[in-house]
Design a protein around this ligand. Structure first.
Ligand code: PLP
Ligand code: COI
Length: 339
């Protein structure tokens, strides 16, 4: 293996040695299989290709200062994949099968877990797809579960330096009673136009508003939004956002740090009142936001004028990272150590 430039890794696909596969046939899941191929062969009428029967997950493994490899909130990701599966009429994956598949994918590619202190991690991507053929709009009878992994750097190239984001009102990512709260490919397809335009216009990401009233902050691109004011961590309550496991963890950490936590509607105007704002997610970790521009009105909301993250975001980030890297105690059982 040629040496990997861990510090220079982008957030992207990286070929590793093995991936794990499992097939659902005749109403049941088979055995886990190990593959060294990056490709899958499937029927051209597979439902994932036509009717979007596709759900995925994202979690990370980290090397700690003690050299142990820790996976963050594996079981919570498994539960969410099953909510996505159920939302798209796909079979759920037994918790034990999910756990074994993830551990196997990481263990077989252990040399690709970035060392401690390189600012990188191993991204784990479980994928569930309908592979059975259908032409009528119906769920498939056959499915495939795949887990691949790869070392990644920060999702936003700025890393923990603050990014700029753009509020969009002319596109919706998800409808209130649609699929926004589950992690399915269609939501990302719906976000592509607004995201690419935001990039072209100089922003890291688009911020979507609630699709019904266009009043409240919904999702910060591929991450949840949070704002800090008066020692309070505020994050949107919405039926159309993905319940972020990072956000769920930050709410616990914020409370532990003596902050109040509020999950409620956040009207766009309230952006003027926050001391710090940020995006949070597995890929994004915590991405502090230095500036939000409303694309329609041109109104600007500015934070961290010196180009640095605010003190609360930094404290939250360090605490979360500390748990992921084993420097802080794992009080809540969020960590799975890869033996
Ligand atoms: N929101 C969206 C749309 C996402 O794709 C993600 C990434 O998974 C998140 C939020 C953050 O969720 P989590 O913290 O569980 O990774
Ligand atoms: C994640 O944070 O895991 C994501 O899914 C974001 C994006 C890569 C889809």
């Amino acid at each position: 293996m040629t040496a990997i430039d861990w510090k220079g890794l982008p957030f992207g696909y990286f070929k590793t040695d093995f991936n794990i596969r499992c097939y659902y046939v005749n109403g049941e899941w088979g055995q886990l299989e190990v593959s060294d191929s990056e490709y899958i062969t499937m029927h051209m009428a597979a439902t994932c290709l036509h009717y979007g029967q596709e759900a995925f997950e994202g979690m990370k493994a980290f090397t700690g200062a003690d050299k142990k490899v820790r996976i963050f909130r594996l079981d919570e990701n498994g539960k969410r994949l099953n909510r996505s599966a159920s939302g798209l009429m796909m079979p759920e994956i037994p918790a034990d099968l999910f756990r074994k598949a993830i551990l196997k994918a990481v263990s077989l590619n252990i040399k690709y877990v970035p060392p401690y202190g390189e600012g990188a991690s191993l991204y784990i991507r479980p994928l569930l797809i309908g592979t059975g053929a259908q032409v009528g709009v119906k769920p498939a009878k056959e499915y495939m579960f795949v887990v691949f992994v790869g070392p990644v750097g920060p999702y936003f190239k700025e890393g923990f330096s603050p990014v700029r984001m753009q509020i969009v009102k002319d596109y919706d990512r998800a409808a209130p009673l649609g699929t926004g709260s589950i992690k399915v490919g269609g939501n990302y397809a719906a976000s592509l136009r607004a995201s690419e335009r935001a990039h072209d216009e100089g922003y890291s990401s688009a911020i979507f508003l609630d699709a019904k009233e266009k009043k409240y902050i919904d999702e910060a691109g591929p991450a949840n939004f949070f704002g800090i004011k008066n020692n309070t961590y505020v994050t949107p309550q919405s039926v159309s956002i993905l319940p972020s496991i990072t956000n769920m963890s930050l709410r616990v950490i914020a409370e532990e740090m003596g902050m109040k936590v509020e999950q409620r509607h956040i009207p766009v105007e309230e952006l003027a009142e926050f001391e710090e704002v940020g995006a949070c997610g597995t890929a994004a970790v915590i991405s502090p936001i230095c500036k939000i521009v409303d694309r329609e009105t041109g109104k600007e909301f500015i934070y961290c004028k010196d180009g640095k993250a605010g003190p609360v975001s930094e404290k939250l980030y360090n605490k979360l990272k500390g748990i992921q890297e084993g420097l802080e105690p794992d009080k809540y059982g969020w960590i799975t150590v890869v033996e």
